[in-house]
Design a protein around this ligand. Structure first.
Ligand code: COA
Ligand code: ZN
Length: 320
């Protein structure tokens, strides 16, 4: 039997939060449907943040109300919502989420720009949400943003990532998502970050959240796999960017990640052909062209086949 890898699709939150054109609630639900048809079973659907901070997420409750199989049902889709504070947590709980994600960045500057809190304040907020979630029996992921580099302060020291991850786990996080928010990292950093953490805690409580800004995400994924990690985030077509991290582009494209994982013999439960179709849905609702390298390759194949089918064979022996 193939070893399973959990792929969490974050396009609906991380991918859409920075889009210049407003995406309708119906459009978001169309994308969710296309992803679920492809076999995606873990999705970060929305964030309950201040609507002025991220206008694309203002309809988080409406989106949630329309999500397929939300709250159970035959397919058992695992939905998650990002919450920046207790108010966001209460909104997520009221909407019915059983899994939330809190956010801590590695530097004061990044926390201040993102959440209007210093790092200590953001950590205290995470603790507050985690304590409440534990009392409510709700699962908590803790994002550790800027794990490889901060968009404002540069390279992140690996010891900072170790220390904050330890503190988040001790405070009750069910998992820590090591996040290269601006896609500035490399495989060695991933190895250095994960080595001691996996030795101390096993790989289960870790998830890699990689952006592909400099084309390193798949190489870093491989370093994560070698360290034992089996939980990864991705965004359909590479959709995304962070409004508070200048220069960040999208997450690693889900289709590229799935292609790598299937090639390496892992089971994701996702069908690559249907995932490829979902890229077109993401393009249509965001009015832009998207696609990881896998999509570019599939499209070039389709063009070639179309050209071959539509080229007339030259007529033998006749001039003109
Ligand atoms: N959802 C909706 N409204 C919220 C909220 C939330 N999660 N948290 C606070 N508010 C409201 C408060 O009720 C208050 O409203 P009022 O003025 O009507 O009383 C107002 O916002 C100010 O509250 P305050 O606690 O001072 O928040 P702030 O203005 O310092 O903003 C955040 C802090 C965290 C809410 C805001 O910076 C934010 O939403 N950031 C999200 C950034 C993000 O999504 N980044 C990408 C993902 S990591
Ligand atoms: Zn991200």
């Amino acid at each position: 039997m193939k070893e399973p890898v959990r792929v969490t699709e974050v396009g609906l939150r991380d991918g859409l939060q920075n889009q210049p054109h407003p995406v309708s609630t119906a459009g978001k639900l169309e994308l969710a449907g296309a992803l679920i048809r492809a076999g995606v079973s873990h999705l970060e659907a929305v964030s309950f943040v201040h609507p002025k901070a991220v206008p694309q997420m203002a309809d988080a409750a409406e989106v949630t109300a329309g999500l397929p199989f939300f709250g159970g049902g035959a397919r058992g889709i695992d939905y998650m919502a990002l919450v920046p504070n207790l108010k966001g947590y209460e909104r997520a709980k009221a909407a019915g989420y059983q899994k939330v994600a809190v956010v801590l960045a590695t530097t004061d500057t990044f926390n201040l720009r993102n959440l209007r809190m210093t790092r200590d304040q953001a950590e205290a907020t995470c603790r507050e949400v985690m304590a409440q979630a534990r009392a409510d029996g709700i699962y908590v992921r803790a994002y550790l943003s800027g794990a490889c580099a901060c968009p404002y302060d540069g390279l992140t020291d690996v010891s900072v990532v170790h220390e904050l991850s330890e503190r988040l786990l001790t405070a009750g996080a069910n998992e820590v998502a090591i996040s290269d928010t601006i896609g500035a990292g490399n495989p060695k950093q991933i190895r250095d970050i994960l080595g001691p953490l996996v030795r101390a805690h096993g790989a289960t409580p870790f998830n890699l959240h990689l952006h592909d800004t400099r084309g390193m995400a798949l190489a870093m994924t491989w370093a994560g796999l070698e360290a034992g990690v089996r939980h990864f985030d991705a965004s359909i077509g590479g959709l995304g960017g962070c409004p508070f991290a200048p220069g960040a582009s999208g997450n690693v494209a889900t289709e590229d990640l799935v292609y790598l994982l299937h090639g390496a013999g892992f089971d994701t439960g996702i069908d690559l052909d249907h995932l490829y179709d979902a890229v077109a849905v993401a393009e249509s609702i965001t009015q832009q062209s998207l696609g990881g390298n896998y999509t570019k390759w599939r499209r070039s194949q389709e063009r070639r086949h179309w050209e071959q089918a539509n080229t007339c064979a030259p007529e033998d022996g006749r001039a003109g």
